[in-house]
Design a protein around this ligand. Structure first.
Ligand code: C2E
Ligand code: MG
Ligand code: MG
Length: 660
């Protein structure tokens, strides 16, 4: 069953990421629109001011042009008057008109072209010329009155007309500019009439949008927090409460049960065939089974009960209020009945059995940890004794201390170096002993010889397996180095467990020990079962890859036991296939087994692997294996596992007799 976290982010996370982007886009959009509005309002007021200035200038120029025209007309009239009869009064008025004209011309030229511009000088030169011509005219009028008119036409009027043209032209031009500026101003104001409310509206929309985005992102943050809380308290695969939430609910139930009505019961459910399903069909099927089991358990209990998945293939049901142990037993029977029908998974029909342990608060424990511990003991008792359901009682407790005691003694035995290794020979088809398999033995002073089949599975459930494997590798390599020093070059094989294959420090540890003993990596072989690899295939492959790259020989142990998937073999960085003794042992009596053994040998060779037969118990089997092309053999017929010194005597004295 899957212990993995759900792969990849689910879709809801993708949606969330999109909404985070949109909340980031909001301030950017806001800034762009506000900047556009600011640019527009600055441009509008600059245009407004420029149009107003233009209009003002034009009005000014027009006014001065009017004055210039008037004073020019006065100049002309007074010139005529003086030509006929010059008087002091007319002269004074003439010079006043001249001054007015000069002032107007100066004003106009400085306003339009600048005070010191060429135009201003040109205009003043015209006025100078006019005044000089008038002075000459007055002389002509006095000396030759009959030539006055002609002189005026030819000399004075030219200047007069030129000045008048300039003034009229300037006045017209500025009036036109003023008109244009004013109509531009009008257009701008009309535009502003529309744009101002539109900008205001856009601003309002922006504020509304920002508010919506803010509210939405707050809501999303709250939903995210809820989801995180939910994930922290639930199992990703089945959606059921996890161990943490179960404990919380159990604490609440225990507190509520203080009123004395009923009691709290905890039921632990361990599925019996899940590992097999995972090993045989793969994790996808295991996951389907776990989900189906979760659904069925939920359907079998009351709404007030809590069904939780504690990890792997272990479930729990918390009954916050049960009358007595019989009520709990009845529910356990309902659970068993619910799990009874086969589970259809992708065309496969799968059956699971469950071992159920029950513990009752008050009777068996008063806090959550005690309840969990007692339900666990009851569950193991149900499993060990194939009871199906077991209710905890104090008598069962003896099993648990026994297990704990065994582990404690094992730890002490490892630390004290009391475990010994026996070595079983591996023999080539030509009868040469090419290596040994190291098999651990524990001679306990009180228990006697404890077989590895008893203590290894126990150690494998705890971190103690790391110390044990290190101990075995170290002892086996020490022995290997001693033999090498004596001229016996034997490869030594050590069995490793699933937990070793997920230990990141394992490879460095192995290589360091080889280096310490001065041995090449090829002196060591590591045997792993396929199910150990499949417990966490990705990490196991990585670790095996590093070991293979370093030159350590890798074997698949017990191949053919149970339901081995051939597909898994393909990409594994292994060198040897050890055919399980369950099929080797029968190959001379069972045609089917003989075919399987031959097929496995062929398969191994096609995959470039060396084949090793385990459990060779007689000469006929060995002969049949050699005939089938099996590369190596191991078994009681060839040599039993032996202590190192006995092995040395065996190889020197007895082996040559058996080999022939
Ligand atoms: P395995 O690795 O498959 O080792 C072979 C087992 O088959 C050994 O049992 C060996 O004594 C037994 N055997 C060998 N030839 C024959 C035969 O011809 N007939 C029969 N009936 N049995 C034969 P053992 O020593 O009891 O070990 C059992 C299992 O315990 C090993 O199976 C291995 O999985 C595990 N084991 C032993 N030592 C260690 C160790 O140091 N570390 C780990 N992790 N596991 C170990
Ligand atoms: Mg082995
Ligand atoms: Mg084996």
């Amino acid at each position: 069953m899957s212990h993995r976290p759900a792969a990849g982010p689910p879709d809801r996370f993708r949606g969330r990421r999109r909404s985070v982007l949109s909340t980031h886009a909001a301030p950017a959009g806001l800034v762009v629109v506000l900047a556009a509005l600011a640019v527009f309002s600055v441009t509008a007021s600059v245009s407004n001011a420029s149009a107003a200035a233009k209009a003002e200038l034009s009005v000014d120029v027009s006014e001065w042009a009017d004055q210039a025209e008037a004073s020019l007309a006065d100049q002309e009239a007074l010139t005529d008057e003086r030509a006929e009869e010059d008087s002091a009064e007319a002269e004074a008025e003439y010079w006043a008109a001249v001054a007015a004209t000069r002032e107007a011309l100066q004003h106009i030229s400085s306003a339009t072209h600048g005070l010191e511009s060429a135009t201003a000088h040109e205009w003043m030169a015209l006025q100078d010329g006019y005044e000089a011509a008038v002075a000459d005219l007055l002389v002509v009028a006095r000396v030759t009155p009959e030539a006055t008119e002609e002189y005026e036409d030819t000399h004075v009027d030219a200047y007069f007309d030129a000045i008048k043209d300039v003034v009229e032209e300037e006045s017209r031009e500025h009036r036109q500019r003023a008109d244009e500026a004013l109509s531009g101003l009008r257009r701008l104001q009309e535009l502003l009439l529309w744009v101002t409310p539109a900008a205001f509206g856009a601003g309002l929309l922006l504020v509304a949008w920002c508010t919506t985005v803010l509210v939405r992102s707050r809501r999303e943050a709250a939903a995210r927090a809820d989801e995180n809380r939910r994930q922290a308290l639930h199992d990703a695969l089945t959606g059921l409460p996890n161990r943490t939430l179960l404990r919380l609910r159990a604490e609440e139930a225990l507190a509520a049960a203080q009123d004395g009505v009923g009691t709290v019961a905890l039921m632990l459910i361990d599925l019996d065939r899940c590992k097999e399903i995972n090993d045989t069909l793969g994790h996808a099927y295991g996951d389907i089974v776990l989900e189906a089991v979760g659904d069925r358990l939920r359907a079998a209990v009351r709404d007030t009960d809590t069904v939780a998945r504690l990890g792997g293939d272990e479930f729990a049901i918390l009954l916050p209020r049960v009358d007595d142990v019989d009520a709990a037993r009845q529910l356990a029977a309902r659970v068993q009945a619910a799990l009874d029908p086969s589970i259809e998974a992708d065309g496969a029909t799968l059956d699971v059995d469950a071992s159920i342990g029950i513990a009752l608060a008050g009777v068996d424990g008063t806090d959550v940890s005690a309840l969990l511990r007692d339900a666990d003991i009851a569950m193991y008792a149900a499993k060990d004794r194939s009871l199906g359901v077991c209710v905890f009682d104090a008598g069962l407790n003896s099993h648990s201390p026994e297990r704990l005691g065994l582990l404690g003694d094992l730890r002490r035995a490892i630390e004290a170096g009391e475990l010994v290794l026996h070595y079983q020979p591996k023999v080539t088809s030509t009868g040469e002993v090419c290596g040994v398999e190291a098999l651990v033995r524990w001679q306990d002073p009180e228990r006697g010889l404890v077989p590895p089949g008893v203590f290894i599975p126990l150690a494998e459930r705890t971190p103690l397996i790391h110390a044990l494997t290190r101990y075995v590798i170290d002892s086996a390599l020490a022995q290997c180095a001693r033999w090498a020093a004596d001229g016996r070059h034997l490869q030594v094989a050590v069995n490793v467990s699933a937990r070793n294959l997920v230990d990141d420090g394992f490879v460095d540890d192995v290589l360091e020990r080889l280096a310490t003993r001065g041995l090449p990596a090829s002196a060591l072989e590591l045997e792993v079962t396929e199910s150990a690899i499949m417990a966490d295939p990705v990490r196991a492959r990585h670790i095996l890859g590093r070991l293979a790259a370093a030159g350590v020989t890798l074997s698949i142990d017990d191949f053919g036991a149970g339901y081995t998937s051939l597909a898994h073999l393909k990409g594994l960085p292994v060198h040897q296939l050890k055919i399980d003794r369950s099929i080797v042992a029968q190959m001379t009596s069972d045609v089917g087994d003989a075919v399987i053994v031959r097929s496995v040998i062929d398969l191994g060779h096609h995959l470039g692997l060396t084949t090793v037969a385990e459990g060779v118990e007689d000469q006929a089997t060995w002969r049949a294996l050699r005939a089938a092309g099996c590369d190596l053999a191991q078994g009681f017929h060839l040599g039993r596992p032996m202590p190192a010194e006995q092995f040395e005597q065996w190889i020197d004295r007895e082996w040559s007799a058996v080999a022939t």
